[in-house]
Design a protein around this ligand. Sequence first.
Ligand SMILES: NC(=O)c1ccc[n+]([C@@H]2O[C@H](COP(=O)([O-])OP(=O)(O)OC[C@H]3O[C@@H](n4cnc5c(N)ncnc54)[C@H](O)[C@@H]3O)[C@@H](O)[C@H]2O)c1
Ligand SMILES: O=C(O)[C@H](O)CO
Length: 386
Amino acid sequence: MAKPVSIEVWNPNGKYRVISTKSMPGTRWINLLIQNDCRLEICTEKKTILSVEDIIALIGDKCDGVIGQLTEDWGEELFSALSRAGGKAFSNMAVGYNNVNVDAANKYGVAVGNTPGVLTETTAELAASLSLAAARRIVEADEFMRAGLYDGWLPHLFVGNLLKGQTVGVIGAGRIGSAYARMMVEGFKMNLIYFDLYQSTRLEKFVTAYGAFLKASGETPVTWKRASSMDEVLQEADIISLHPVLDKTTYHLVNKERLAKMKKEAILINCSRGPVIDEAALVEHLKENPLFRVGLDVFEDEPYMKPGLADLKNAIVVPHIASASKWTREGMATLAALNVLGKIKGYPVWFDANRVEPFLNENAQPPAACPSIVNAKALGLPTSKL
Ligand SMILES: NC(=O)c1ccc[n+]([C@@H]2O[C@H](COP(=O)([O-])OP(=O)(O)OC[C@H]3O[C@@H](n4cnc5c(N)ncnc54)[C@H](O)[C@@H]3O)[C@@H](O)[C@H]2O)c1
Ligand SMILES: O=C(O)[C@H](O)CO
C-alpha cells in the first residue's frame, strides 16, 4: 500500500477530480479549473521528484485528470492507474514529453497534453544568455571579482570571443531553435548554419531579409545555410545550440566523435534535454580542450551532473531554468490545466498547437478547446474549427 501524499484542496465539492502533482505559478489555472466544476488537489509533498507510487496514491480510486511534471515517469503503471480511476486526461507542464510513454497512454485511451509556444522565446533567451555568458566568460569573471582577485585592468584579463561575423549553428530549428537563431543573427549579426530534418523556410526568409537590410545600410550582410548533415554544422559553426526533441534518434547526438569535429574554441549550448549529449564524453573533451566552452541548462542524469563537470571553468551550468520567466511559467500552467479541462469537458483539440495565444489572454475566456494534445490523432479526437 502506497503511503498517503499530502495535498491542498480547492473547490472540495467540484464534480471532476483533477490532480496537480506540483504547485504551479499563477492563479489563473486554478481559477479556470474551479470555475468549471473541478475539485482541484495540489500535491504539497516537500520532495522535488515524486515516485510512481506517490502519484498512484494521489490518483486514488477516482480521478478525471492529472497535470504532471517532466520529472515524473508517465508510463504503463501510471496510465493504467489513471484509467482505472476513470481518468481520460494527462498534461505535462512542459513542451517536451520524453518522460511520457505515449503508446501506453494510447493503450488506455488517455489524452496527453503539452505546452508548446508559450515558452519558445523565454527558452531561446536563456540559450542566448548562455551563449553570451560563455563567449564573454561572465561566470568566471564574476567568481574572480567575488574572490577579491581583481587588482586592476589588464590587456589579457578574461579575453573571450566576439560574436559579430562569426557563425551560429543550430541543431533542431523548430520553434525554439528558430527563435534562438533569429536572436543571434539579428542581435549579434552572426551568420547562420542549421540542421533539421525539415527545412525552416520562415527562418531562411528572415535571415535573407535581414541580410538585405544590412547590405542596404552599407553593412556586411548576414548569411544562412541549411546543412545537409549535422557534422557540417559542427565543423563550421563557432557557437552551436542544441534544440531537437529527445527521442531515440537524438540520444547522444553529440558524442565523443562529434565533439572532436568541432572547432577547438567552439561553444556548445544545450537547452533541449541532457541525454542529447554524451555528458561523460563532454567532460573529457572540456578537460582536454580548455578553450572549448559549454553552457548547459540540462543534464544527462538530472538532477545530477557527471563527475568532474562542476569543477571545470569552461562549463557554465544552470538548473533547467530555460523556461523560467514568470509569464511563461504561468502560461505553461494555464495550457496544462486547459488541456486536462478541455478533455474532461469533451472539447475538441485546438487546430494549431503553434498558435496558442488565445488561451493566454487573461482578459478573455479561453477557447473551448484543448490547446495541445500530442496523441490527438492516435485517439481520433476531433479538431477545433475555431
Ligand atoms: N531547457 C528547457 O527548459 C526547455 C524548455 C523548452 C523546451 N525544451 C526542449 O526543447 C525541445 C524543442 O522544443 P520546440 O518547442 O522547439 O520543439 P519543436 O518540435 O518545434 O522543435 C524540435 C525540432 O527538432 C527537430 N529534430 C527532431 N529530430 C532531429 C534530429 N535528429 N536532428 C535534427 N533536428 C531534429 C524537429 O524537426 C523540430 O524542428 C523540447 O522537446 C524540449 O525537450 C527544453
Ligand atoms: O520541455 C520543457 O518545457 C522544459 O524542459 C521545461 O520548460
